[in-house]
Design a protein around this ligand. Sequence first.
Ligand code: 5GP
Length: 189
Amino acid sequence: MKLLEEKILAEGKAVNENILKVDSFINHQVDPMLMEQLGAELASHFKDSGVTKVVTIESSGIAPALMTAKALGVPMIILKKEPSKVLNENLFQTVVTSYTKGTSYELTLSQDFISEADHVLIIDDFLANGEAATGAIRLLHKANATIAGLGVLIEKSFQPGRQKLEAQGIDVYALARIARLEKDLIEFY
Ligand code: 5GP
């Protein structure tokens, strides 16, 4: 999507060959007008997929997921990263390793909000190694829900996330696909 690519070139910063910083419009400050357009584009790609709920992972997926859910007219659910302090039998949980932080977290979903009747679209800010998305899929499968697809704002195509997810039969749609990053250089696919 040209709009997002232009914004990335104008304001994004390649920290090194692996990490793109987009703190001025996605990860720290959020550009709501841009986000609304990105959400509309993600929704348009999946509009005939029978999506009943949009699911995202806190925190940076929330803005695009909310805009996508609004455009599709369905609820949005945030998967929590905080481990449950209280033993609660109404939770699905799975451990995910964070790519950027090098740490693990316990992804949590309440059984109250997803069921076998749901066909779920997963939305996130970045697709890198596919660990976050794979964790979300594991959780949704525990709830016996089916997956409509994965929509992300930015895919780093030189990392294996897309391959891993497509191998599981997931429809992956990215608004911007980055082929190469180097310090101060961003190249699209
Ligand atoms: P994955 O699980 O696909 O390896 O990584 C996806 C998650 O890691 C995203 O939700 C995002 O928060 C974070 N992430 C991965 N790569 C980048 C990056 O280059 N820049 C930023 N800002 N976040 C990233």
